[in-house]
Design a protein around this ligand. Structure first.
Ligand code: SF4
Length: 246
């Protein structure tokens, strides 16, 4: 399986509370009309300028082992390895919001429009993560076409998070070639356009995606995004919380 997908910007639904929380604004805070104007302006710019693309390519576990090993800098114990070894199927992926939106963020900052630039940057970061989730949903639908009764759940995991060292991007790019949709990698393993996400889509029963988030590096993690992901799995499967997610 190798797919290139054009996504519509309307497929991204924004969670205003979550975006404002990413800026340190608590959900109960009253925000000014000017703040609301800036937020609305940023979401409109997103819909005007975003060019959403994704590429996905199936990969055998034996080949992924080599990709995941990367430059040999991963944490010895990490959830990605624990999960992919229990998977049913794997696909490398990369998604991007396109270059125009990133250029607009840079332009706003260069012009001194810091509030507008910061808000567009926040909205774009949120959208890039949602686009990665859309790629996972896309793969889940593809699997359902082949096997309609499947209960497989697909989640994405990326270099730079949860013990998968950022240098893993190099082998990932060698295997996937996201240049085909305009994503490149620099020497520091940063992608261009900057609002891009890459990694692996791991498919398997929901249970494989659940783990105790007590790896040594979890102590310094501020994102703790695994908690929400596992909670969503739990809501869709069994209403219990035995994985240290609270
Ligand atoms: S706490 Fe952070 S580093 Fe640890 S598994 Fe969760 S998201 Fe990854």
């Amino acid at each position: 399986m190798r797919l290139i997908v054009d996504f519509a910007s309307e497929e991204i639904s924004f969670d205003r509370v979550e975006i404002l929380r990413s800026q340190g604004v608590p959900h109960e805070a009253e925000v000014s009309e000017n703040f609301e104007r800036i937020y609305e302006g940023a979401t409109e710019l997103f819909h005007d300028l975003a060019e959403l693309k994704g590429i996905m390519s199936g990969i055998e576990v034996s080949h992924f082992e080599e990709v995941f090993r990367g430059e040999g800098l991963n944490e010895k114990e990490n959830p990605v390895e624990d999960v992919y070894r229990k998977s049913s199927s794997l696909a490398l992926f990369a998604v991007t919001l396109g270059p125009v939106l990133s250029e607009k963020v840079t332009e706003l900052f260069d012009n001194g429009d810091y509030a507008d630039g910061y808000m567009l940057d926040s909205v774009s970061s949120y959208a890039a993560n949602k686009l990665a989730e859309l790629a996972a949903q896309h793969m889940q639908l593809e699997l359902a076409v082949v096997e309609p009764s499947t209960s497989q759940r697909v989640l994405c995991y990326s270099p730079g998070y949860c013990g998968w060292h950022i240098s893993g991007q190099k082998k990932l790019f060698e295997a996937l070639h996201p240049e085909e949709i305009g994503i490149t990698l620099n020497e520091s393993c940063l992608m261009s356009p900057i609002k891009s996400v890459s990694g692996v889509l791991i498919s398997g029963p929901a249970e494989i995606h659940k783990f105790v988030n007590s790896y040594p590096f979890c102590n310094t993690c501020t994102a703790r995004s695994c908690i929400k992901r596992m909670r969503n799995l739990t809501i869709m499967n069994a209403p219990e919380d035995k994985y240290g997610t609270t």
